[in-house]
Design a binder for this molecule. Structure first.
Ligand code: SF4
Length: 70
């Protein structure tokens, strides 16, 4: 019983990870310093720099994305 509950929560979290994408997120910002650099502008992010990628956004949100929870 307890194991099923745990598994259910795990499935929910996985679902959230799959739906959170930087390329459709309002917090993704692009800066052009000669080459395009993408940063996450979310105040709740857990990463100090918030760097997402150079040239293009990642397919999926990074581990530290605050939208991955709940
Ligand atoms: S890391 Fe998360 S909050 Fe930041 S831009 Fe990507 S999806 Fe949005």
């Amino acid at each position: 019983m307890k194991g099923e509950m745990k598994n259910g929560m795990l499935v929910e979290r996985q679902k959230n990870i799959n739906t959170v994408k930087c390329n459709s997120c309002k917090y993704a910002k692009k800066y052009d310093y000669g080459k395009k650099i993408f940063y996450c502008n979310n105040d709740r992010r857990k990463d100090d720099m918030g760097k997402l990628g150079i040239g293009e956004l990642p397919e999926e949100s990074p581990e530290w994305c605050s939208l991955r929870e709940g």
